[in-house]
Design a protein around this ligand. Structure first.
Ligand code: NAI
Ligand code: MG
Length: 506
């Protein structure tokens, strides 16, 4: 995919004060700069204040409380958002329960499918507005919200619309039945996409929904609420309540909720698991990750370098399956690392609304502090840091793309989820060694393998304890493909036929 802005290069002299040798190898890249190509915000519609979406209407919160949601690239306020308390959640859950009992569970599956399909079509129609709002509220580069988040969100609705009246074919002779009310709590890294991952299969299987977006990124979920209204979906089938952790906890603990789907931190996932133990609530958890991206000496090196960059710098590294650990076979380590450093210099960090931008804003001040804290930890632990020479905007939350060379298994930056554009690099000699190292962490969400040899790919996919293993690519998503983790990365699968199961009883 080539953005039109690639064609509008203009020459700018090399402004980076680099060492001569280094400068020479980078000359080709750094002497060129893109003209800004800022996406317009003229076409978007945002209200100054958003209430809770309950029973098909926007209603004022019982709590009477609101908070400001901001643009992390400018630190400016965008809108006021309702902060739902336990009473608000109770009203929302009761609306979902009533809609389940009276309407949704009784509706023929092929009718349900039409609503889901209509939501997908409306997301497509409003794709441009949704991607701009996603970028404004979350900080991710517009290219990503435009080309990845929003189209994939629509595709999830399309895909699950197709399953709604075919559940008996998906699970032959098993007589699948819906559960009731699904309580869904989602994070800030893919706000609209995570809402689609959660809502689409729940509706296709005949359940109703109470969903809470993350506190920092409620806007596209609230726009989705407007789309749901426009689609004519019966009142109460989907309810969207905004707020903080306590709002999420109220959903988790509500007695009328039959199933919890959570994506977020491992700490909160563990807390949820404890709090619903002893109940018959079904649970899926999609938690953190610390994926190994493994480059063998026979890999197509240039493609692998692109894959590494995509793996960790995509969405500022705010990706649970980010390739945040790089393992390079020793014989090609020097070449890969040099190429990676060169590529780092060409990455454009800055205004997420600029179509040229590769790395946008970190989602929140809190997350920025966490990432900077980990960079300090990496330095204190003795790893060698290499950062891009780029400058970052003074206002807003930004981090330079960062490599840590010569890290070891025991370094905290090699073990813990940073959730930022920070890559920990190790080398390896043998296949046994790299499998051992890749698996030796508490997480198991995803991994990447780069090699020319097909049999090695199959060998690795058998031995890596990761829910998804990408081969000669990275961060590829598709609604037909199940996604989920091992170990502390959680359990249950989202996407594909497997993604229907957590919303059904047999
Ligand atoms: P978090 O787990 O606190 O937030 C995720 C969602 O859970 C938000 O909607 C939040 O309001 C809600 N929540 C918080 N406490 C809750 C509770 N007790 N009961 C129910 N819902 C609750 O994640 P946070 O604090 O935003 O990020 C911390 C770290 O977690 C990140 O630095 C990253 O390492 C990891 N994370 C992983 C994600 C993933 O996709 N696996 C997504 C977001 C964060
Ligand atoms: Mg938290």
């Amino acid at each position: 995919m080539i953005d039109a802005s690639y064609l509008r290069l203009s020459v700018i002299s090399n402004k980076h004060g680099m060492a001569k040798k280094e400068k020479k190898s980078l000359e080709f890249f750094t002497d060129w700069k893109y003209e800004p190509a800022i996406e317009s915000t003229d076409h978007i519609q945002l209200k100054k204040q958003y209430d809770l979406f309950i029973n098909g209407k926007f209603v004022k919160p019982n709590s009477g409380k609101y908070y400001d949601t901001i643009n992390p690239a400018t630190e400016e306020k965008i809108a006021r958002i309702a902060d739902a308390n336990a009473k608000d959640v109770d009203i929302a859950v009761k609306a979902a329960k009533k809609a389940y009992d009276k309407t949704w569970s009784k509706m023929p599956a092929k009718e349900r499918a039409k609503y889901i399909f209509r939501i997908a079509r409306l997301i497509q129609e409003k794709a441009r507005e949704l991607s701009v709002i996603e970028t404004m509220n979350g900080g991710k580069a517009i290219r990503e919200s435009r080309d990845i988040d929003v189209p994939l969100a629509a595709n999830h609705f399309f895909y699950y619309a197709g399953w709604a009246d075919k559940l008996e074919y998906a699970f032959p002779n098993r007589n699948p039945k819906s559960l009731g009310v699904a309580g869904q709590v989602i994070p800030w890294n893919f706000p609209l996409l995570m809402a689609a991952w959660k809502i689409a299969p729940a509706l296709a299987t005949g359940n109703t929904v109470v969903l809470k977006p993350a506190e920092t990124t409620p806007l596209t979920c609230l726009k989705l609420a407007e789309i749901i209204q426009e689609s004519g979906l019966p009142d109460g089938v989907v309810n969207i309540v905004t707020g903080f952790g306590s709002t999420g906890a109220a959903i988790v603990n509500h007695p009328l909720v039959n199933k919890i789907a959570f994506t977020g931190s491992t700490a909160v996932g563990k807390w949820i698991q404890k709090s619903i133990s002893g109940t018959d609530k079904k649970l899926t958890l999609e938690l953190g990750g610390k994926a190994a991206n493994i480059i063998f000496e026979d890999a197509p090196i240039n493609q692998a370098v692109e894959g590494i960059v995509n793996g960790i710098f995509f969405n500022q590294g705010h990706v649970c399956c980010a390739g945040s650990r790089l393992f390079v076979q020793e014989s090609v380590a020097e070449e890969v690392i040099q190429k990676l450093k060169d590529r780092l210099e060409t990455l454009i960090v800055g205004d997420p609304m600029d179509k040229n931008t590769d790395i946008g804003a970190i989602n929140s001040k809190m997350q920025l502090n966490k990432i900077n804290e980990y960079i300090k930890i990496g330095l204190n632990d003795g790893a060698d840091m290499y950062q891009s020479q780029c400058s970052i905007p003074k206002k807003g939350y930004f981090v330079k793309p960062t490599l840590f060379l010569n890290t070891s298994q025991s370094h905290r930056i090699s073990q813990e989820e940073i959730f930022g554009p920070v890559l920990a690099i190790q080398t390896f000699r043998t296949i046994e060694e790299v499998i051992e190292k890749a698996n030796n962490i508490p997480y198991g969400l995803s991994a990447g393998v780069w090699t020319d040899k097909g049999s090695r790919i199959f060998n690795m996919t058998q031995k890596l304890r990761a829910g998804v293993v990408w081969a000669n690519t990275y961060n590829k998503f598709d609604p037909t493909s199940p996604f989920g983790g091992y170990k502390e990365s959680g359990f249950g699968r989202e996407g594909g036929l497997h993604g229907l199961m957590p919303y059904l009883k047999f």
